[in-house]
Ligand binder design. Structure first.
Ligand code: HEC
Length: 150
């Protein structure tokens, strides 16, 4: 009986780090994915300036499309348990995202709307509207970063 209890205890000790390691890696991969998507968005925004200077409306439209797709998917890449209090991975996500979730998703939605407005302006080949939409889109990035990105 004593041996059995010891066996049970040791298997519990052996199991728990494995389970924890598995959970940590799922969280780490979603964090890595969102960071990679944000990096691509940052790159798309930098390239957008070149597209605007070149008057390349097709490229503006394609980039705006990619940004809007990411804006729509964004909340799914912030599951519970992927904040700085929960993981050892480096993340610039502020823990308050999960306390003020509705505010966070509303800001992602503003980002989506602004990207769609830019896309429409590009398909109308309206340079003035493109400039205005681009500025507004940039503001929606900052509007989320200031409360929610450290
Ligand atoms: C609704 C909130 C929100 C919006 C909108 C948003 N971001 Fe972010 N962004 C974040 C958060 C949170 C992080 C930190 C992610 C992490 O480290 O886990 C981040 C990280 C980043 C990073 C750093 C990625 C890295 O790890 O190197 C870049 C670049 C970035 N965002 C660019 C943008 C651009 C450009 C836009 C607008 C087109 C934008 N973001 C819109 C919340 C947002």
């Amino acid at each position: 009986m004593k041996i059995y209890a010891t066996l049970l205890l040791s298997s519990a000790i052996l199991l728990s780090p494995i389970t924890m390691a598995k959970m940590a890696s799922a969280d780490e991969s979603v964090i890595a994915e969102r960071q990679s998507n944000f990096k691509q968005t940052g790159m798309a925004m930098r390239m957008m300036r070149g597209h605007i200077q070149a008057g390349d409306f097709e490229a503006i439209s394609a980039s705006a499309d990619a940004i809007s797709n990411w804006a729509q998917a964004m909340p799914d890449f912030f599951p519970q348990g992927t904040g700085p209090d929960d993981v050892s991975t480096r993340t610039a996500a502020n823990q308050s995202i999960w306390d003020r979730w509705d505010e966070f998703t509303a800001l992602a939605n503003d980002n989506y709307d602004a990207a769609m407005t830019l896309k429409v302006a590009a398909s109308n080949e309206d340079s003035g509207a493109v400039m205005e939409a681009m500025q507004n889109l940039g503001r929606t990035c900052g509007a989320c970063h200031s409360p929610f990105k450290d």
